[in-house]
Every structure is written in structure tokens, then in C-alpha cells.
Ligand binder design. Structure first.
Ligand code: SF4
Length: 191
């Protein structure tokens, strides 16, 4: 897997101050894509153990809320294989305990649809997908639709995209959506 960029201080792709990995390679080719150079799987540099070490170091400060993975398309198969070692290291260091002082969460962004592409197809075909989902807290799903573009959305580009509570959705067997604190529709809703 190649990656395009690693941001040490990112406030645009999830809540709080986050460390963000932009992977290379995306087959969706959405009209109006904000990140066209990352469509190419060879764009950027090879993602190595050293990058994982660096990311783990960047995640350490108390102000850090967690890790975001976007692209490109993190759920292309080669990219799932590339991000899995990072996510394993992340969850070894930051197990799911929201009361721990070391609590960090994982956001991921995908152009694929949660139920049909990821759960129904990828989880059945690829062993990496269920494990990856077990490490992710929030998934923003769906291709970018230029005709539904809305700059006011939190951490999303177009109205069709959803911000999914992954753990809760898997536990409940139905898609549950995250809404930002303070929204009039605040609270978890069903998608
Ligand atoms: S899924 Fe994201 S990176 Fe890929 S083409 Fe669409 S907007 Fe661009």
C-alpha cells in the first residue's frame, strides 16, 4: 500500500485533534473528488513499519483524540491489507475503554456503502474486513455526490454520505448513525 500523506494535527476529519493517514488508490472516481491525485495506487510513498511507529508516536499526546484513515479508498483490498497492521498496533495500545486516560478512537472514510459493499460483500470475501471493522468506531460511508454537496455537513462532503457508529451497528444488526453534539437531531439515530 502507498500513502499520500500523514497529518499529525488534523481537525477536519473527525472529532478533536487527530492523526490522519491518507492512503493511495481509489476506484470510485467520484465527479468533483477533492483528492484526485490519490486515485492512483502508486501515488505517494510505500507505507512502512516506520510510518506505523511515527503514527503511534503522534497519537501519544493527551490532546490527541484518535486516528483517522481516509484516502483514496481505505477499503480497496490492497489498502485493507495495508492498514490492518496499523489498526492492530493501535488497538493493542488503545483498547476499547472509554474511561481509560489512553482512550483514542478510530474514524475511517470510505466511498463504499456499509451494508451492501462492506458487510455483504467484503466481509464474506476478505478476512481483513471483519477485523478492520472490529477496530473502527466511526465510518463515514458512500461516494461523494457533487449534486448533493453541502459544505455545512460535519465531516462529510455530500448529503448521501452517512456517519455510522460501527460497533453499535454491528452489535444491533442495524445501521446506527452518529450525530454531532448540539445538533437538533442529536443522539444516535437509525439509518
Ligand atoms: S471515494 Fe473519496 S477519494 Fe475516492 S473518488 Fe470518491 S471522493 Fe475521491
Amino acid at each position: 500500500m502507498n500513502y499520500a500523506d500523514i497529518k499529525r494535527y488534523d481537525v477536519a476529519n473527525g472529532t478533536g485533534i487527530r492523526v490522519t493517514l491518507f492512503v493511495s488508490g481509489c476506484t470510485h472516481h467520484c465527479k468533483g473528488c477533492f483528492n484526485k491525485e490519490t486515485w492512483d495506487f502508486d501515488y505517494g510513498k510505500p507505507f512502512t513499519e516506520t510510518n506505523i511507529d511515527d503514527i503511534m508516536t503522534y497519537l501519544e499526546p493527551d490532546y490527541c483524540s484518535g486516528l483517522t484513515i481516509l484516502g483514496g479508498e481505505p477499503f480497496e483490498h490492497v489498502n485493507q491489507q495495508g492498514i490492518l497492521p496499523l489498526l492492530r498496533r493501535f488497538r493493542e495500545r488503545y483498547p476499547r475503554d472509554k474511561y481509560s486516560e489512553h482512550h483514542r478512537n478510530v474514524w475511517a472514510f470510505s466511498g463504499y456503502t456499509f451494508e451492501t459493499d462492506i458487510l455483504d460483500r467484503m466481509c464474506k470475501e476478505w478476512p481483513e474486513t471483519p477485523e478492520i471493522l472490529s477496530y473502527i468506531d466511526i465510518l463515514v460511508d458512500g461516494e461523494f455526490h457533487e449534486e448533493e454537496k453541502n459544505l455545512k455537513l460535519h465531516f462529510k462532503g455530500s448529503e448521501n454520505q452517512r456517519t455510522i457508529l460501527v460497533t453499535e451497528s454491528l452489535a444491533e444488526g442495524e445501521t446506527l448513525l452518529w450525530t454531532p453534539p448540539g445538533d437538533s437531531a442529536s443522539g444516535n439515530v437509525r439509518g
